[in-house]
Ligand binder design. Structure first.
Ligand SMILES: Nc1ncnc2c1ncn2[C@@H]1O[C@H](COP(=O)(O)OP(=O)(O)OP(=O)(O)O)[C@@H](O)[C@H]1O
Ligand SMILES: [Mg+2]
Length: 140
């Protein structure tokens, strides 16, 4: 069975917490999840990026959670153009540029997809979020 939950947030830093809370409440309503800390961190980073980098006009962003039988798919849609979402080279002295590296380490897959019209979706996928598995041993 597939579940879908989505919510639109204003592109302000204050809504990142609301995006996290929405995600946790949704996962609870779907029966819980053992990878919730990793998922919460990824939602934080993606929502923060939508606010900070997503759209110069500070438009809204959309958080979508899709629960497939064997994975949780998370999308954050923003109205921004196609500036690349990338993982900057690691640097001990950099004050930023760690968010997507953290996302990459915690999730099983991620990517960026152009939306019809304007904007893009940055997505992550968690295999078997109900199981206590490390990334490498996941079997979708
Ligand atoms: N939603 C987005 N829209 C446009 N560019 C993005 C988006 N998300 C990330 N990026 C680009 O990818 C880069 C890397 O993102 P990342 O989250 O790793 O770093 P950061 O947001 O700059 O810093 P930090 O997350 O450590 O505070 C960003 O600096 C930005 O150029
Ligand atoms: Mg970031």
């Amino acid at each position: 069975m597939q579940h879908l939950a989505q919510h639109t947030f204003s592109a302000t830093p204050q809504t990142v917490r609301a995006a996290r809370d929405f995600t946790m409440q949704t996962l609870d309503s779907w029966g819980g999840c053992l990878r919730r800390d990793d998922i919460r961190t990824c939602v934080s980073e993606l929502a923060g990026n939508a606010v900070q980098h997503g759209s110069p006009e500070s438009r809204d962003y959309l958080l979508r959670l899709i629960r497939h039988p064997h994975c949780l798919h998370i999308e954050v849609h923003d109205g921004g153009g196609h500036s690349p979402v990338r993982i900057p080279p690691a640097s001990l002295s950099a004050e930023a540029g760690r968010g997507m590296r953290i996302v990459q380490e915690l999730c099983d897959d991620w990517g960026v997809q152009a939306l019809t019209g304007t904007g893009k979706a940055v997505w992550t996928c968690f295999h078997r979020p109900e199981a206590h598995t490390s990334r490498c041993s996941c079997t979708p």
